[in-house]
Design a protein around this ligand. Structure first.
Ligand code: A2G
Length: 353
């Protein structure tokens, strides 16, 4: 992507700013994301949404805007400018009510950058884990009175274990011999865990765990902090849709308690940090405990294991499918990601049992 193109897309949106330059932000595996610096005080995040993965981008953007507006309504007596620095704010396209700009097959959206903010790829101290727990708890609390049926299912069956197993089983049938051989070490584990990994789904389907608005992609890099590592807000709300809290709790644990990044190839560096688990859980429960049922609380540890597992399964499936879903930068990238997550599950067992 070049500066001229980015400037063009940036200028399709309703803002008073003058484009100065851009930096590509490479942490996501799906969309293309750019920090746009301007000549003024307000900077932006410009994003090209991956329409091959998100089939209904208009619905997705509508979800994000509705949820942001709802979160803003929780603050009283704050001006729009203040709120833009506390909650994600999406900019409309010029002379339009839409919050996305479409050209050809591509969809773009623009957010106001929250100044003096930082994200983390891994967690270095338990204070951050605690804050991240509070941040997610706060997001879930503040969206708990939002009617989740206003939201579309951005990716149907996103965290549905049966769906992910069936994708994996199809991939096994169609994979090349080389990739099959490389994945073979994990096929027994995937089969052995099948029943346990469906427990949460069955409880959800039986109505024992309630459905509510969930974020659905709560890896630590999607929590925004200020320079003192106090939580500001959850970002990357592309997958906001109805779900169960276990998805969000578990997915966050997956990255917060991993002593390495999910792309780390040296598996010796990948271990489950129990201290961070406790700190995260403490922060999360400080915000949510009063509103969680006994059964929701009981299954938090299983949520962690289930969400680490579902990502391992999805990375492995994508590897078997020749890398059609996640962005990769080398041949066995998805296999390495899957190995990393399987190693994390192993370490989780050792530490939790
Ligand atoms: O990569 C992406 O953000 C995925 N999002 C998320 O589900 C998870 O797999 C993550 C792993 O880092 C989508 O698939 C939309």
């Amino acid at each position: 992507m070049d500066a001229k193109t980015l400037k063009f897309f940036f200028n399709q949106f309703e803002h008073q700013s003058i484009y100065k330059g851009y930096t590509e932000l490479n942490s996501g595996h799906i969309n293309d994301t750019f920090f746009i610096e301007t000549e003024g005080k307000t900077n932006y995040i410009l994003q090209r949404i991956n329409h091959k993965i998100f089939k209904d981008v208009a619905g997705l953007v509508n979800n994000k805007v509705l949820v942001s507006n709802h979160l803003k309504s929780k603050f009283s007596n704050k001006s729009d400018k203040d709120l833009d620095q506390k909650v994600l704010s999406f900019v409309k396209v010029k002379n339009s009510d839409l919050h996305y700009f479409k050209k050809g097959q591509d969809f773009w959206n623009l957010m106001i950058f929250i100044n003096n903010s930082v994200t983390h790829e891994t967690v270095k101290d338990k204070g951050i884990a605690f804050e991240a727990g509070k941040l997610l708890g706060n997001f879930l609390n503040n969206t708990s009175d939002f009617e989740s049926n206003q939201l579309i299912d951005v990716i149907p069956n996103f965290h549905d274990m049966s769906f992910r197993y069936s994708q994996y089983e199809n991939a096994l049938k169609n994979a090349s011999n080389v990739r099959l051989q490389n994945a073979e070490k994990y096929t027994k584990l995937v089969a052995d865990l099948k029943e346990e990994m469906h427990i949460l789904q069955h409880l959800k389907e039986a109505g024992e765990i309630p459905t509510r608005v969930t974020h659905n992609d709560t890896k630590i890099s999607n929590s925004l902090f200020d320079k003192n590592n106090k939580g500001i807000c959850m970002i990357d709300t592309d997958t906001v849709m109805p779900g169960i809290i276990h998805y969000d709790f578990g997915d966050a644990i997956r990255t917060i308690c991993n002593t390495a990044t999910e792309d780390e190839k040296n598996l010796e560096k990948v271990t489950f940090n129990l201290e961070f688990y406790e700190a995260y859980k403490k922060g999360f429960l400080e915000e949510t405990k009063a509103s969680l049922s006994e059964i929701e609380l009981k299954y938090l540890p299983l949520a962690a294991k289930t969400m680490i597992f579902i990502m391992a399964l999805r990375f492995l499936t994508d590897y078997l499918n020749n890398d059609v879903y996640y962005k990769t930068i080398y041949q066995d990238h998805n296999l390495d990601r899957a190995k990393n997550q399987f190693k994390l599950i192993e370490s989780f067992y050792k530490k939790m049992l």
